[in-house]
Ligand binder design. Structure first.
Ligand SMILES: [Zn+2]
Length: 166
């Protein structure tokens, strides 16, 4: 079944009004890796396949205020050392490579004024597309919880390296 998403006012996906209507995309596969040691709010990692052709990995399912919530893949924002150019975490006091004290810079903030330490790498541009992705993943997450209780269960998510420990 193909599910459509449409640019809408709530999502603010198309502020310039350059595109009309919306589009259709189908999430043809969701792969989930449940997190066994839930010390934090992280419940699972997952990947989605769009239209059987394009895979986005490293989405996260986390505990939200009203049930599981899907976080888009993101990267930690970095600041370059003024002395050696090394990429340090934002707001690092000292350079991790040369040890020089880093100049204090005002942190980047999002539209709500909150400090941004992460930036999304891939994300929906409106609320209805976000909902489409979120609903599909949460459904699959709940099915995965059931599958995980069966003997011989193996996750289909292709974990790469030690990303789980980030
Ligand atoms: Zn440095």
């Amino acid at each position: 079944m193909r599910v459509g998403w449409f640019a809408d006012a709530a999502g603010g996906g198309d502020p310039a009004g350059t595109s009309k209507g919306g589009g259709y995309m189908e999430i043809t596969e969701v792969r989930i890796k449940l997190v066994e040691n839930q010390a934090e709010r992280l419940l699972a990692f997952c990947s989605i396949t769009i239209d059987g052709a394009f895979v986005v990995r490293d989405l996260k399912i986390i505990v939200g205020p009203s049930g599981p919530f899907v976080a888009m893949p993101s990267r930690k924002l970095a600041a370059h050392c003024h002395s050696c150019g090394f990429k340090n975490p934002l707001r690092a006091g000292y350079c991790n490579q040369c040890g020089k004290k880093q100049a204090e810079q005002p942190p980047p903030r999002d539209d709500d004024g909150r400090i941004r330490l992460y930036a999304d790498i891939a994300h929906p541009i409106n609320a209805s597309c976000r909902e489409l992705i979120q609903n599909r993943i949460v459904r699959e997450y709940e099915a995965e919880l059931v599958r995980a209780r069966q003997p011989g269960y193996i996750s289909r998510y292709d974990a790469i390296g030690d990303e789980e420990r980030r």
